[in-house]
Design a protein around this ligand. Sequence first.
Ligand code: MSP
Length: 500
Amino acid sequence: MGRLYVTTPIYYVNDAPHIGHAYTTVIGDAICRWHRLQGDDVVFLTGTDEHGLKVAQTAEANGVTPQEWADRTVERFREAWRLLQIANDDFIRTSEPRHHLAVQRFLQTVYDNGDIELGTYEGPYCVSCEAYYAESELVDGCCPIHGIPVRLMKEENYFFRLSRYQDRLLRWYEDNPEAVQPATKRNEALGFIRQGLEDISITRTSLTWGVPVPWDDRHVFYVWYDALINYATAVGYGADPERFALWWPVVHHLIGKEILRFHCVWWPAMCMAAGIDPPHRVFVHGWLLVGGEKMSKTRLNQIAPRDLVADFGVDGYRYHFLRDQAFGPDGDFSYERMVDRYNADLANNLGNLLSRVATVVERKCGGVGPKPQDGSPLQSVAAEAYRATDEAWRRFAPSDALESTWRLIRETNAYLEANEPWRAEAGPGVDSVMGDALETLRIVAVLASPAMPAACAELWRRIGLPGRPQDQRLPGAAAWGGYPGGLPVERGDPLFPRKQ
Ligand code: MSP
């Protein structure tokens, strides 16, 4: 049995959840579901990033405290994840006492080790990024990500001596070539490090909404510094050393490409400074674009998950983003492509297979599903589909994993077309073909359940099986011959009604 700890970025509580946030969260959820099927011990963490100037300002504009504002807005994320059937084991909010405690312990250790010192910082700051920029990074004097004007800020700050970590980081990446994936993103991180690292300001005196600096109560920690530590807080950093020792070595961060520098340069250096290992793996994905642009409040091009769930159902939604947008490069979201893929993969391939099988079983087998044949031509296809699906989920490639599972669906449809059980006389010939098709449906229900938990549970129920596919254990549940036969098969309405 293995152990896996997967995290999403913690999302800014001020933002409304959109399909970009959901993209990372659904991928993390599906990967964890795959590992639970394997019997692995899993912690899946998501949460919200609640400190910083942006939250303080909006709270004030709304006449409430930042805590009240965060308490109100965090519900939008909880609701979105409930809607998308995200099975997170924990939800962390950076305003929680457990997190304050961990941040203070973590940074006090870095301070005691001599890597935090007082200095003055002056530079352009983007409130939306909650980050300082170098003049050279601005585009026409504006933030390169948000395109909005930056503010010149000057503060007395504590600085983290990041510059001391350049060689250690390079050595660490050399010794751990798999730490950042894909390799292009690893090279990007190495590029940042080789350019030379400047010390970074990690505290603020201009606001009070943050984690207080334990050795100097005029300061709070800079929001990014506190945020990164959430990953350690959630598995017991500073509170439960045994738990932390169990989970930290298997941490896998999922992030979007715009926060690579924080996760692949700052964070590993901070971990080293605090005397813990840098994160085991960071998987960096590209952006979902809408009309060729990144979604943002200012461009008014954000799409809420619930609008697409209303049209495609939660399973159609999850399937689309897992299958259509390969993990790594940017990709344009298109409603038309979502309809096409839904119709092709779900309504036609999977939906049709189920309805064909249920119809023939009803007409020719008295509604009772027969057993599969030993040595069926589909047996090796199923074995290969399982092998390829497993290999792809393990390398965090959901799109490849689903493609491998769908190969089994397509081959089963082809097998039915070659045998035409709907034309044949009822009898042992039809029974064995139908038993084989039911067996692949059973296996598909297990293999596709990380992507589509509800639809796979319904498929499982319709072919007469007790329990739920997500409670099965792999590899046993993918082995040929698990469908016992003699179970009632229900036709029902189309599992995935076609979209026009
Ligand atoms: N609060 C910081 C992260 C701190 S982690 C210690 C933050 N929050 S965010 O709300 O802006 O979320 C950023 C993350 O949301 C991205 O890294 C990515 O995971 C996801 N996405 C947001 N927009 C996205 C797209 N357009 N496309 C794909 N993912 C996107 O940054």
